[in-house]
Design a protein around this ligand. Structure first.
Ligand code: MN
Length: 232
């Protein structure tokens, strides 16, 4: 079954005034859609690989034939990262995390303000196109990391809980070159419930695959995209 573009879990205009309608439309319907279609194109003629989820493809990148490895890394990575990114946002989001996530943030960064500052600085300083992530490491600590292109933090042995797209296509229509302004606005739409649930899922399970399993069960609206991500 070919990989499918997951539907957005809210309307294109739902994140206004922070993230604008036009950007959401182009970002989801053109950019994310192109990664999905280019991933499918790359896998033409590789029936065994077509059976794998996008996450499985990234996990087994070394065994993907060299002639399509770059295309799978970029387009499969783009598909996985964007699918998670949409779910990290919601209308009337923002505020601060609660419960065990809030405690973990305090332990790892001193305070929520400390975390926000670390994450914002990493996102603003990332050179060129890439992503900024809040992750759990193998010791169960929260860490902020960045990845170039569409690379996934699993390549650094990290399980992602929250992700921000800092490619120019994510903000240029509204914010032009002002990436810091985009990041400031983005904090207002973060879905901390999603981030908390990801942390719980990783802590009780086996990491990344468990996050995907959890997402499959929870995000009915994304069922096609997530089902494909986890190979269901
Ligand atoms: Mn993007």
């Amino acid at each position: 079954m070919p990989h499918k573009l997951p539907a957005l879990p809210y309307d294109y205009s739902a994140l206004e005034p922070h993230i604008d309608t036009r950007t959401m439309g182009v970002h989801h319907d053109k950019h994310h859609a192109a990664y999905v279609s280019n991933l499918n194109k790359a896998l033409e003629g590789y029936p065994d690989l077509q059976e794998q989820s996008a996450i499985q493809l990234l996990q087994g990148l070394d065994s993907v034939p060299e002639e399509i490895r770059g295309a799978v890394r970029n387009n499969g990575g783009g598909h996985v990262a964007h699918s998670m990114f949409w779910s990290c946002m919601k209308p009337k989001g923002g505020g601060e995390p609660k419960g065990s996530l809030a405690k973990a943030v305090d332990e790892s960064f001193g305070s929520f303000a400390g975390f926000k500052d670390t994450f914002t600085k990493a996102a603003a300083a990332l050179f060129g196109s890439g992503w900024t992530w809040l992750c759990l490491n193998a010791k169960g600590e929260l860490v902020v990391t960045t990845t170039p292109g569409h690379d996934h933090p699993m390549f650094q042995g990290l399980a992602p809980l929250l992700v921000l797209d800092v490619w120019e296509h994510a903000y240029y229509l509204k914010f032009e070159n002002r990436r810091p302004d985009y990041i400031t606005e983005w904090w207002n739409v973060v879905d901390w419930d999603f981030v908390s649930a990801n942390m719980t899922a990783v802590q009780v399970g086996a990491g990344l695959q468990h996050v995907a399993d959890w997402a499959t069960g929870t995000w009915g609206k994304l069922e096609d995209g997530w089902a494909k991500l986890v190979g269901g």
